[in-house]
Design a protein around this ligand. Structure first.
Ligand SMILES: Cc1cc2nc3c(=O)[nH]c(=O)nc-3n(C[C@H](O)[C@H](O)[C@H](O)COP(=O)(O)OP(=O)(O)OC[C@H]3O[C@@H](n4cnc5c(N)ncnc54)[C@H](O)[C@@H]3O)c2cc1C
Length: 479
């Protein structure tokens, strides 16, 4: 028997959940197919929330950020810490699964367990994946493919060794390693490196490029590198892994392109992600796939089959939970002609949960220079902010980039405690095309980290005044 729906969604991660609920909210009959035992996708089970929960728990259990402030040393019971970390992880995961399930129920989205495969452009079968049981047939007017991505496993890396991990398997943690080599200095690699550093693991990051997380403003990337180096960790830039071998009964032995070699307890290989398109039968649906197994879409998130939409990690960059949710909603508004959300905001903040954490919005200094846009920089450090001094935060800083003529805010770059929260102050100003005068004219709570915006703005206007030879910061009318 075949059941017919207005919309069939494949995958219950952020893109699938929000897309399904958006359509259901506007009265559509929606079915969602999920092959994993629980809803939530990589966001809840292997990606965003597990890594952030472990980070928060590690900071609490080890007192990492505060212990120096109060003259305390690190003396943690690693097994007990691991139990607490994993306990917290289970609790948050269960809460999230329950919340997402409730959201589906509230909006009457029917959730079907099993693996979805297209048998034609308007029809899928749902099976248990083994092929042993006949599948249930579902047809729909519209489809949303939100199947996410998985860690890329390059050939030649011995993932069969129980101490060679990717970002999924690292979560099945049996112990806190003494030493860890992180291959790949991207977001996931750097986040896990900082998490384990907080737990007392000796870290080596191996990155082929000349900086960590190349998309960041260069100053912020360098501040993170030096914070890690100050903690005694090794950051090997411009290097690459040639081989990883297990010394029998001993540690893992890594040979590097530079000629160096390392012996470590564990390796985390973080070499990018590939779209989950295998087994979906996309050829039968007439949906094109690119060489990295991602699904190309147009600005409305339509695939090469206009009634089949795709959103989230499966379409590629930026591969963030935050953006995936919006893509799912926008895609479904277009699919059903709902006059609500028409595009994903181009002002996307990036949050990197390293220790210290980093967040950014808008252009970097390198991008503005390349584009020939005239800009000035305003900086302020947490060390000269009253709240920063109280909390003992040393590595924090805010960097604002603004247009020299209009004083419009062009970029916000922040490192330090709560950076991923505080960036939204700059975001609101940028959303309304505001100038950095907004920060000068605003009254901020005192003492707060947020007040740092005012001092970064003063710094920027002071530089601009010096550059233009004026004694007072110029006003927009004067320019
Ligand atoms: C370690 C790590 C940390 C991260 N941290 C952050 C962060 O701090 N902030 C942030 O915004 N993002 C973060 N991300 C990225 C974020 O997790 C992803 O962008 C997000 O989960 C993508 O959502 P999605 O809906 O596209 O796919 P997913 O969340 O991957 O969900 C896809 C779902 O589809 C299901 N599925 C796949 N194929 C089928 C099929 N054939 N039939 C049925 N079901 C199927 C899967 O089982 C899965 O449940 C992180 C990712 C990782 C790995």
């Amino acid at each position: 028997m075949t059941d017919h729906y207005d919309l069939c969604v494949i995958g219950s991660g952020p893109a699938g959940e929000k897309g399904a609920v958006q359509a259901a909210y506007f009265g559509k009959r929606v079915v969602l197919v999920e092959k994993a035992p629980a809803v939530g996708g990589a966001c809840v089970h292997t990606g965003t929330l597990p890594s952030k929960t472990l980070r928060e728990a590690a900071l609490y259990v080890t007192g990492f950020q505060k212990r120096k402030l109060y003259g305390m040393t690190l003396d943690i019971d690693k097994q007990a810490s691991l139990r607490r970390l994993m306990g917290r992880l289970r609790a948050v995961t269960e809460q999230q699964v329950s919340q997402i399930s409730q959201n589906m129920r509230r909006h009457e989205v029917e959730v079907v367990k099993g693996q979805a495969t297209f048998t034609g452009p308007r029809e899928i079968t749902v099976t248990d994946g083994s092929g042993a049981v006949a599948g249930r047939m579902l047809t729909a007017d519209r489809f949303l493919i939100a199947t996410g991505s998985s860690p890329h496993r390059p050939p030649g890396v011995p993932f069969d060794d129980h101490d060679v991990e990717d970002s999924d398997t690292i979560l099945d943690l049996d112990r806190i390693p003494q030493s860890l080599a992180v291959v790949g200095g991207g977001v996931i690699g750097c986040e896990y490196a900082c998490l384990f550093a907080a737990l007392g693991t000796a870290i080596t990051i191996i990155e082929g490029r000349s900086s960590l997380m190349g998309f960041l403003d260069g100053e912020m990337s360098e501040r993170l590198r030096s914070a890690l180096a100050r903690g005694g960790h090794r950051i090997l830039l411009g290097d690459a892994v040639l081989s990883i071998e297990r010394v029998v009964g001993g540690p893992l032995h890594i040979k590097l392109k530079s000629g160096q070699s390392l012996e470590v307890d564990k390796v985390l290989y973080s070499a990018g992600r590939a779209g989950n398109t295998g087994g979906l039968g996309l050829d039968r649906a007439g949906v094109a796939v690119d060489p990295k197994a991602r699904i190309p879409v147009n600005q409305h998130f339509q695939t090469s089959q206009p009634h089949i939409y795709a959103a989230g990690d499966v379409i590629g960059s930026p591969a963030l939970a935050s953006v995936s949710m919006e893509q799912g909603r926008v895609a479904m508004c277009h699919a059903f002609g709902i006059p609500y959300k028409t595009k994903v905001s181009p002002l996307t903040p990036y949050g990197v949960y390293t220790i210290p954490e980093i967040s950014m919005l808008g252009a970097t200094e390198e991008e503005l220079t390349k584009q020939g846009i005239p800009f000035e920089v305003g900086r302020a450090g947490y060390d000269s902010n009253a709240r920063g001094q109280i909390t003992g935060e040393q590595d924090g800083a805010l960097k604002l980039l603004f247009h020299t003529e209009t004083k419009r805010l062009l970029g916000v770059h922040m490192i330090g405690d709560r950076a991923t929260e505080l960036v939204h102050i700059g975001q609101m100003v940028m959303c309304f095309s505001g100038t950095i005068d907004v920060f000068i004219d605003s009254v901020f709570n005192f003492p707060t980290l947020a007040e740092i915006y005012k001092y970064a703005a003063y710094d920027g206007l002071g530089r601009l005044a010096r550059r233009t030879g004026t004694t007072v910061p110029p006003t927009p009318a004067a320019l």
